[in-house]
Write a protein that binds this ligand. Structure first.
Ligand code: PXG
Length: 467
């Protein structure tokens, strides 16, 4: 049994990783051949790997390290809490200070009358909570037939059976018996890929009105809730046209359907406000939170409920909860993380300074021959790659082929930028500086150039037959 450390040679770490560690959303054999990239340390927006590379992390881990890496205050908060009370549960009429204090803080930060927190340890768990919660809400109100939850194709709401079913990822549904019954899907507001000849405004209305049509098809008396990310993240940073959300809000109000805003990515400053629903001007009844809540330093998530929803749920025994609901160490770290976001004015900086600066630079990438559109809200953005800007064509190759080529060039240039199909996405730590933004854009430009050369060499610049 080797005594592994960050000083162990990369090849040895990779071999043991391949032998014993199964990775999420990964073709295991493919990775075993190639060897995983091994991250050893991180500071600010920078990662170090076991080969000594210094890498600009333009994804904030998995959209979560909002305050950046290396914040000792968060380590201290965890250590303090571990010494004082490392664990206790919140079942059986008990509570503890970190869970109480964080719930109070979240109630202050969340808009409107979103004042009540049910804790989980991840976004997936929180969305499972939401699924049971909205159905229980209507049952308690004497309408037990209100069971359907409407979601969107290409939404991501987690990877458990419940949250994966709430999501609209067909590749996930194909494995392991998903989706579960009682969930319906409408199309996403992705104008670039699906808008055809419509204006973005008309398209936004058309996609929102699919919700109305679906409610009428199922019967409003049978529909519990609509769930959506204010801006789709894992689906490729799809920023909806401006007409979309106001129309969705009208529809959920008109038919008495609960609105769940999945803020797992959009929350805690990512869009330039504390929550994405504020940026999009919507009033959810429930918000899902995770990721940026602790900047990823501890696994913690939750659901924030409005007064009206909480009052109904509190009127019954909701037979649901997790061993780690309101874990004291995770709550203590989240509280400290919220303090940092607040005291350092990080959300305001994204809104007023670095966000607009990044937007200007990022939109400049549309000058590149490969880039059709650049969409960005706060610090989440995406580039649509295309062989033909005028017609907004997709590539003739299988979706993701070109995106993968581009992502590999980004990695070679020590820039972590993801691809979703043939969209390239960024979601950097919110503390990224102007100089680091310049660096990010330079590396992205260089990677696009290199990808463009390769794509031409490989004959991959062909357009698909129709848009
Ligand atoms: N909702 C949203 C909007 C998310 O983005 C979840 C729920 C689930 O959270 P947990 O903590 O259970 O993972 C997420 C997670 C990707 C990627 O490839 C995105 C997520 C997770 C893993 C990978 O973009 N988002």
């Amino acid at each position: 049994m080797p005594n592994l450390s960050t000083n162990t040679p990369t090849a040895e770490l990779q071999a043991v990783d391949a032998a014993h560690h199964m990775h999420p959303f990964t073709h295991g054999a493919g990775l075993a051949d190639k060897g995983a990239r091994i991250i050893t340390r991180a500071d600010g927006v920078w990662l170090n790997d076991s080969d000594g590379n210094r890498i600009l992390d333009a994804m904030a881990g998995l959209w979560c390290v909002n305050v950046g890496y290396g914040r000792h205050e968060l380590a201290e908060a965890a250590a303090r809490q571990m010494r004082e009370l490392p664990y206790y549960n919140t079942f059986f009429q008990t509570s503890h200070v970190p869970a109480i204090a964080l719930a109070e803080r979240l109630a202050e930060l969340a808009p409107g009358d979103l004042n009540h927190v049910f804790y989980a340890s991840s976004g997936s768990e929180a969305n499972d909570t939401n699924l049971r919660l909205v159905r229980t809400y209507w049952a308690e109100k004497g309408q037990p037939q209100k069971q359907w939850v409407i979601s969107r194709w290409n939404a991501y709401h987690g990877s458990s059976v419940g949250s994966g079913s709430l999501g609209g990822m067909k590749g996930m549904h194909a494995q392991g018996g998903m989706p579960i019954p009682g969930i319906a899907y409408i199309d996403q507001p992705n104008w670039w890929a699906e808008g055809g000849d419509m204006t973005p405004e008309d398209f936004g209305l058309e996609r929102a009105r699919q919700l109305e049509a679906k409610i009428l098809e199922l019967g409003p008396e049978n529909v519990a809730a609509f769930i959506a990310e204010p801006v789709q993240g894992a689906g490729g940073v799809i920023v909806p046209p401006e007409t979309y959300w106001p129309e969705i809000q009208r529809i959920v109000d008109q038919y008495g359907i609960l609105l769940i805003a999945d803020e797992v990515i959009c929350g805690f400053g990512r869009t330039g406000n504390w929550f994405g629903c504020q940026t999009m001007g919507i009033r959810p009844d429930i918000m899902t939170i995770a990721k940026g809540l602790s900047s990823g330093y501890q696994p913690i998530g939750g659901s924030i409920l409005s007064d009206a929803v909480a009052e109904v749920i509190s009127g019954c025994e909701f037979n649901h909860g997790y061993t780690y609901s309101g874990h004291p160490v995770a709550c203590a770290v989240a509280l400290e993380n919220l303090r940092i976001l607040q005291d350092e004015g990080i959300v305001e900086r994204v809104r007023d300074e670095t966000g607009p600066y990044l937007k200007e630079k990022f939109e400049g990438l549309t000058e590149h021959p490969l880039v059709g559109e650049a969409k960005i809200v706060g610090m989440m953005g995406s580039l649509a790659l295309t062989p033909d800007k005028a017609s907004r064509s997709a590539f003739a190759s299988e979706a993701g082929t070109v995106g993968y080529v581009c992502r590999e060039r980004c990695f070679a240039n020590n820039l972590i930028m993801r691809h979703v199909g043939d969209r390239m996405i960024i979601s950097p730590p919110l503390v990224i500086s102007r100089e680091e933004i310049d660096d990010l854009i330079n590396r992205a430009w260089r990677s696009l150039d290199e990808a463009h050369v390769l794509l031409k060499e490989q004959g991959l610049m062909q357009a698909a037959v129709s848009n």
